[in-house]
Every structure is written in C-alpha cells, then in structure tokens.
Design a protein around this ligand. Structure first.
Ligand code: C2G
Length: 134
C-alpha cells in the first residue's frame, strides 16, 4: 500500500483543491491530509473563513481523502512521515523548491503538482467583495 501525504488549509474548498487531492491520491492507495489548525494559521497571520472542524468535515467527505490529521507546526512533517509510514509527500507547485519541504526528500519521495490556474481562496474572497459582480 502506497501512502501519500499532503498539507494545506483548504479553506473555502474549491476545484483547485479537489484536483490537487484527486491527483495526489492517484499517486498511491491511501491519502492523508494534514490540515492546518486555526492556531497554526494564526501563527502564519492567516484566518480561515471556516474553522478547523468544518474544514476537516468537508475534507473527510471527499472520496480521495482517507485520513485528515492536524497540521499544528512547521516541524511535524518528519514525524508525520514516520508515524504514518508515508511514501510520497505531495504539494502544489507554489511550494516547489521550498525549504519547508525540500528536506523531506531524505525521508520520502517529494512530488509537486501543477496548481490549477484561475482559482484560489483569496480570489474567491476578492471576487465576492467586488462591486461589479454579475
Ligand atoms: N492548490 C492548487 N491549485 C489552486 C489552489 C491550491 O493546486 N488553484 C493546492 C496548493 O498548492 C496546496 C493545496 O492545494 O498544495 C492546498 O492549498 P492551500 O489550502 O492554499 O494550502 P497552503 O495554504 O499552501 O498550506 O505546511 C504547508 C501549508 O499547510 C500549505
């Protein structure tokens, strides 16, 4: 059984997230999502629209996702890989080459997948605040 791990906030879930999760799952047999907690996001100066419990509930409803665990620190990744016997860590291309992930190559395969263009949580928020919505 090939086990895949990915990290993210997955706020205001959209098709870019879904396509990432679908492709991540296709790389193995079991997909673990380490979901940023509200406290971890606060540490990044981010506040998700939906809280952790709701974001977790939505991810668990996705057919590609087998397990959701909390992402509480930047430093937990090696422990996650060992604890869950992860074979592949997958992230979107915006993280390609990042020091936050490159060191994981010593512990598992690391794969960056192209982001889905034209959609993001930030863009959704900006569009909804826009005066010239149709
Ligand atoms: N993503 C994507 N296409 C988009 C938007 C997002 O492929 N249009 C991917 C991102 O590259 C990421 C995943 O979907 O791999 C989740 O996106 P975010 O919730 O924005 O994740 P992020 O805030 O980058 O959190 O420790 C790492 C962080 O937890 C990553």
């Amino acid at each position: 059984m090939k086990r895949v791990l990915t990290y993210g906030t997955f706020d205001l879930l959209h098709y870019g997230h879904i396509r990432l999760l679908k492709r991540a799952k296709a790389l193995g047999d079991y997909l673990i999502v380490a979901l940023s907690t509200d406290a971890f996001n606060a540490g990044k100066g981010k506040t998700a629209y939906y809280n952790y419990d709701v974001r977790k509930e939505m991810l668990e409803a996705i057919r590609y996702v087998d397990l959701v665990i909390p992402e509480e620190t930047w430093e937990q990744k090696i422990n996650d890989i060992k604890q869950y016997h992860v074979d592949i860590c997958v992230m979107g291309g915006d993280w390609a080459g990042s020091d936050r992930f490159e060191y994981l190559r010593d512990y598992c395969e690391l794969v960056y997948l192209d982001r889905t263009e034209g959609v993001s949580t930030t863009k959704t928020k900006e569009d909804l605040h826009s005066e010239d919505l149709p």
